[in-house]
Design a protein around this ligand. Structure first.
Ligand SMILES: *Cc1c(COP(=O)(O)O)cnc(C)c1O
Length: 374
C-alpha cells in the first residue's frame, strides 16, 4: 500500500457498527485501574493515553516502508522535547555527540547550554565530514539534519549511518524539514528519526508537537519513560489535531512541493535574485542524492537578494507572503533569516515556505514585489 493511502486512512477506527469513523480526543489524566491495575492499558496520563497511541500508530506507519519491520513512535510536546528525549536517553557524562554544524540553531543551543555543563562533549562537523570515520571516532551519537535548514545541505543518510556504525556510534536524523512522508531515515540505516510536527507534518501553524521513531524496543521504552519523567507531555487536543492533520499531509506536501519548485525556478530567472537554494532544482549540488532519498522536495526554499534593504522591501511588498518564522504551513510565509542572528546567512537571504495557494497568484505576487525593487 502506498504512503499517501496509509496517511489518509491512518486515523480511521476499526469498523465496529455504530462507532465513529474518527476517534475524538481523550481528555483524561486518570484512568480506571481496579485491583492491581496491571491489566489496564492506561493508568495515568504521563505514561500514555489513547489519543497518543492513535497518533503514534499512525506516524509509525509513515516512518517505514509498507511491509518493512515496524517502527516505535513516541510523541512529545514539541520537536525540542523530542530532541531532548533522544539526547537525555542516550548521552551521559563523558560521551561525545557529533553535531552537524548546519543543524537547527535550537539543537546547538540545547546541547551547549544544558548538555555540555553535564559533561557531554559536542563535536561540530560540517555535513561533508560526517562520512569521515576519523572525524566520527569516539562518538556515542551522530546528529545529522537533512535537508539542512536554511542551508539546504543534503546529507547521505545511508553513507553516514554506515560510517557511524563502523565506529560504534548511533545515528539520529532530524527529519523535520523533509518529514517522514518524504524521507524515511530508519529505512536508510539511521537508528533514530526525530521530527518537529510543528512544521509541515501538521501544517496549519496552529500547534506544537514532536515525535521520535526508533526500531529498538528497549530504546523506545526508555524514550517513553524519559517523557513521563521529564513531563514533556503532549496535550490530547494537540495530539488529536495532529492525527487529523496527517490525513491531508500527502495533499499538502504535494502541493507545497510543486509550488516551491515553481517559485524556485521563477526566482532563478530574475536578475534581482543572486542565488536560489532548493533541493528540487537541478542546479542544487546534491540534487541527485535528494532525488534518491526524498519523495518530495518540500516547501522550504532559500534565495538571496542584493542586501538587507532589498529583502525588507520585497517582504513588505508581497501580499501573499506572510512574514513569519517557522515553515511548512498551508499559507506561504517568509522571513529575512539574518534578522535573528541564528544562522550564518547573507543579509539579503530570505527563507520562504511555499504554501498551498494557487501558483499563478504566488508567481504574480513575487513578480510584482521583485519588479518594485528596480
Ligand atoms: C522547528 C524545528 C525543531 C524544533 O521543533 P519545535 O517543535 O519548534 O520545538 C527542530 N528541528 C528543526 C529542523 C526544526 O525546524
Amino acid at each position: 500500500m502506498k504512503d499517501a493511502t496509509r496517511a489518509v486512512r491512518s486515523g480511521l477506527t476499526p469498523a465496529v457498527a455504530g462507532t465513529a469513523l474518527q476517534q475524538g480526543p481523550v481528555f483524561a489524566s486518570t484512568f480506571h485501574t481496579p485491583g492491581s491495575g496491571a491489566n489496564a492499558p492506561y493508568s495515568y496520563g504521563c505514561a500514555g493515553q489513547p489519543t497518543w497511541t492513535a497518533l503514534e500508530t499512525a506516524i509509525a506507519q509513515l516512518e517505514v516502508h509498507f511491509g518493512s519491520p515496524a517502527a516505535q513512535v513516541r510523541v512529545y510536546a514539541s520537536g525540542s522535547a523530542a530532541m531532548s528525549a533522544v539526547m537525555g536517553s542516550l548521552l551521559k557524562a563523558g560521551d561525545t555527540i557529533v553535531l552537524q554544524d548546519g543543524a537547527y540553531f535550537g539543537t546547538r543551543h540545547l546541547l551547549q547550554e544544558f548538555f555540555v555543563p553535564m559533561g557531554v562533549s559536542v563535536r561540530l562537523l560540517s555535513w561533508k565530514q560526517l562520512t569521515d570515520p576519523h572525524a566520527l571516532a569516539g562518538a556515542r551519537l551522530v546528529w545529522a539534519e537533512t535537508p539542512g535548514n536554511p542551508g539546504h545541505e543534503i546529507v547521505d543518510i545511508a553513507a553516514v549511518a554506515a560510517v557511524a556504525h563502523s565506529v560504534g556510534a548511533l545515528l539520529a536524523v532530524d527529519n523535520t524539514t523533509a518529514c517522514p512522508l518524504s524521507q524515511k531515515p530508519l529505512e536508510l540505516g539511521a537508528d533514530v528519526s526525530v521530527c518537529s510536527n510543528s512544521k509541515a507534518m501538521c501544517g496549519h501553524n496552529d500547534l506544537l508537537l514532536g515525535h521520535v521513531a526508533v526500531r529498538d524496543e528497549e530504546l523506545a521504552q526508555k524514550l517513553g519513560r524519559y517523557r513521563g519523567s521529564m513531563g514533556a507531555i503532549a496535550g490530547p487536543m494537540e495530539a488529536w489535531l495532529a492525527l487529523r492533520s496527517l490525513a491531508t499531509l500527502p495533499l499538502r506536501l504535494d502541493r507545497m512541493s510543486t509550488n516551491a519548485l515553481a517559485l524556485a525556478k521563477f526566482l532563478q530567472t530574475r536578475q534581482e535574485v543572486t542565488a536560489v537554494l532548493y533541493p528540487g532544482l537541478e542546479s542544487h549540488p546534491d540534487h541527485a542524492l535528494a532525488v534518491q532519498q526524498m519523495t518530495y522536495f518540500g516547501p522550504v526554499l532559500g534565495f538571496t537578494l542584493r542586501n538587507q534593504q532589498a529583502a525588507g522591501n520585497f517582504l513588505t511588498r508581497c501580499t501573499l507572503v506572510t512574514e513569519a518564522t517557522s515553515f511548512g504551513g498551508m499559507t506561504t510565509t517568509a522571513e529575512r533569516r539574518g534578522r535573528w542572528g541564528h544562522d550564518p546567512v547573507a543579509p539579503g537571504f530570505i527563507r520562504l515556505s511555499a504554501g498551498c495557494e494557487d501558483i499563478e497568484d504566488l508567481l504574480n505576487d513575487l513578480g510584482q514585489a521583485l519588479d518594485s525593487l528596480a
